[in-house]
Design a protein around this ligand. Structure first.
Ligand code: GAP
Length: 435
């Protein structure tokens, strides 16, 4: 974990936010490599959930939202964590994260050790603000704590414009905000984070079938993108863990350095949300099947993943230290679709004679892959740097390239090198990356 935090800062994946002011409350900024990788995580999700299907359409709903939405969804009443205060040091904790001490069986403050803690009380996790210049009751707005409600309040809009019928889904990626009592473990739990959520609307009788289908699909997605199967598990929630809207939830969990942790929850939300919004808004959020004359409220199966948390899991799973030619190296074995750069273009030296050919090669590859271009330091050091940021392929232009119009491709994982003619390079690189 320490290595991932160090590498993230050192190489430009993730920086603590407002660092020059001493940081700001577990918020993070995504640097030049982080922004590429996070985008790749989201694109890989979108590709599998929207692009490669015919039954899912996309949505990008507003983050600032009406209190009516959260009243209907139950979040105003129920989206709470149990909070306790330490009367001694004034720190606040999530009661369900505190364990009794093994020696005396009492709960101690993790900060100062005191047992003088208040009773637990419900703390709502939503960020409240005001829309407009006047801070009054009528201007209250909330930052969404999940992207999900946008799918439900737009159910009729999407149904009418997309001409889909159940089973069909609405996919959305975007920021969500929760005033977490105890954020931590780097970007695992933050107050501002990104989610990737599908709401899949099905005939009620088919809900269990689709729930099982999405559990299997989602597990496979992580495995196909390189997380070893033995570092993943699917865990069904106990009844007392279930969210207020769920009739059944299973979590995809990853073996983090501190133990199993959730990457994604797959929930059977039943008709809870559509019925709740129908009741509050007076609009009938139902599906009318013209073929059978049947009108019904679909059930919803929801695979809900965290983009930022998943990016961290990809970094952890990919991290490796090995030895090449007696020298230790750090390498990220990232899937080409997830790695920040797919190709590094490296002229062997900074000599003027090599640069035009190197730039020509860069121009050929940029339309098909995200490329880094680096002409500083020795070639060995540049390979190490690309290994450490997970770039699957490096293309080196040397003095022979000027004579034979060929370049060397080096593979990150095997370090094997092959010589390829420049006119075959795009074909060779795209074949190897299999994007
Ligand atoms: N719409 C359902 C929903 O939001 P959730 O289990 O609360 O379900 C889904 O959130 C995913 O969002 C989680 O599995 C996790 O990956 C991510 N997530 C939730 N809270 C987070 C936080 N505070 N920081 C980072 N990621 C978070």
């Amino acid at each position: 974990m320490d290595e991932i935090v160090r590498l993230s800062k050192h190489r430009g994946f993730i920086f603590p936010s407002a660092e020059i002011y001493g940081g700001f409350r577990s918020t993070y900024d995504y640097g030049p490599l982080g922004v590429l990788m996070l985008r790749n995580v989201k694109n890989a999700w979108w590709r599998s959930m929207v692009q490669l299907r015919h039954d899912v359409v996309g949505l990008d709903a507003a983050i600032l939202s009406s209190p009516k939405i959260w009243e209907a969804s139950g979040h105003l009443a129920n989206f709470t964590d149990p909070l306790v205060d330490c009367r001694n040091c004034k720190e606040r904790w999530r009661a369900d994260h505190l364990e009794p001490d093994q020696k005396d069986g009492k709960i101690h403050c993790p900060n100062c050790g005191s047992v003088d803690l208040t009773e637990a009380r419900a703390f709502n996790l939503m960020f409240k603000t005001h829309a407009g210049p006047v801070e009054e009751e009528g201007s209250v707005a909330y930052l969404r704590p999940e992207t999900a409600q946008g799918h439900f309040v737009n159910f009729l809009n999407v149904l009418q414009t997309s001409r889909k019928k159940p089973p069909f889904g609405i996919a959305q990626i975007g920021k969500s905000f929760r005033n977490e009592i105890t954020p931590g473990n780097f970007v695992f739990r933050t107050r501002e984070f990104e989610q990737m959520e599908l709401e899949y609307f099905v005939p009620p009788a088919e809900a269990q079938k689709w729930f099982e289908y999405w559990c299997a699909e989602r597990m496979n997605w992580y495995i196909e993108l390189g997380i070893p199967a033995d570092q993943l598990r699917l865990r069904a929630h106990d009844p007392e863990e279930l969210s207020h809207y769920s009739a059944g939830t299973s979590d995809v969990e990853f073996m983090f350095p501190w133990g199993w942790g959730e990457l994604e929850g797959i929930a059977n939300r039943t008709d809870y949300d559509l019925k709740a919004h129908s009741g509050q808004s007076g609009e009938r959020l139902e599906y009318f099947d013209q073929a059978t004359g049947e009108r019904y409220t679909p059930y919803v199966i929801e695979p809900a993943a965290g983009a930022t948390r998943t990016m961290m899991a990809f970094l952890l799973a990919a991290y490796d230290e090995d030895e090449i030619g007696g020298e230790k190296r750090v390498v990220l074995h990232l899937h080409p679709r997830i790695a920040p750069y797919q190709v590094a273009v490296l002229p062997l030296s900074r000599k003027d004679t090599l640069i035009p050919t190197a730039q020509e090669v860069l121009g050929l590859l940029q339309p098909v892959a995200m490329c880094d271009y680096d002409e500083t330091q020795s070639i060995g050091k540049r390979y190490r740097r690309q290994d450490e940021i997970g770039t699957p392929l490096a293309v080196t232009i040397d003095f022979d390239s000027l004579e034979d119009r060929a370049v060397t491709i080096r593979d990150r994982d095997t370090t094997e090198q092959v010589r390829v003619p420049i006119d075959k390079l795009v074909e060779e690189v795209t074949g190897r990356l299999a994007l």
